[in-house]
Design a protein around this ligand. Structure first.
Ligand code: DX5
Ligand code: ZN
Length: 222
């Protein structure tokens, strides 16, 4: 299980030292929650803070754009050379074209879905993306409880993934974001999840690396 801590839940006034503390192999990615105050009520940070984060850590970046007009925002993150740039289906006018733009920049294209967006749309979009991010809380804030409708959504995705995988060998990462803890991670692993975001679970405790280790061990406990 890949673990991508969301720095939204980190002590933001001590972000530099917190980032330096994060170590592989426990921490696989650093999840950056970019919120514009329109697509979601909250406003966080943009590409300049993202660049500052990159300077503090060699760990690859997982960019999650919760913004309107992602076609305007996405190119601002190319210079960052993140592992992936993920934008929201609900905000995108032409998601396939935007995925192609991201891939042409040599970056993995990710598509995020809010908890009420039908999973079936992924059947048509599957070949164009390298990563699908399922929101398991309404986007906007860290520390919210995991939504139980996520289980049947993940089961639906597993069917689509199996069908699409029969037609092509292109690899996709299934990422889950919101309310992940050591209590639900084993079931998430069983549901086919490859990567989890964790905010409160990682940062509202003493040692973020240990928290990530706890998640990884719990993922294999079923
Ligand atoms: C919510 C963000 C999440 C959030 C996760 O809108 O996209 O990445 O920070 O935090 P937890 O793990 O605390 O739900
Ligand atoms: Zn996120």
């Amino acid at each position: 299980m890949l673990v991508s801590p969301s720095i939204l839940a980190a002590p933001l006034t001590r972000l530099g030292e917190t980032l330096q503390q994060l170590k592989k192999p426990e921490i696989d990615f650093i999840h950056l929650d970019i919120m514009d105050g329109h697509f979601v009520p909250a406003l966080t940070f943009g590409e300049q803070v993202a660049e500052a984060v990159k300077r503090e850590t060699p760990i690859p970046l997982d960019v999650h754009l919760m913004v309107e007009h992602p076609e305007k925002e996405v190119p601002k993150y190319f210079a960052l050379e993140p592992h992936n740039i993920t934008f929201h289906y609900e905000a995108a006018k032409a998601p396939i074209r935007l995925a192609e733009t991201i891939r042409k920049a040599g970056i993995k294209a990710g598509l995020a879905l809010k908890p009420s967006t039908p999973v079936d749309i992924l059947e048509d979009l599957y070949p164009y993306f390298d990563l699908f991010l399922f929101m398991t809380v309404e986007p906007g804030y860290y520390g919210q409880p995991f939504l139980q409708n996520s289980w049947h959504r993940l089961a639906r995705f597993a069917e689509i993934r199996q069908r699409c995988a029969e037609q092509s060998d292109h690899e996709v990462i299934l990422e889950v974001d919101g309310g992940v803890t050591e209590k639900n991670i084993a079931r998430l692993a069983e549901a086919g999840v490859d990567m989890v975001v964790a905010g409160a679970f990682i940062f509202k405790a003493e040692d973020p690396n240990l928290q990530a280790e706890i998640l990884k061990q719990a993922a294999h406990s079923l």
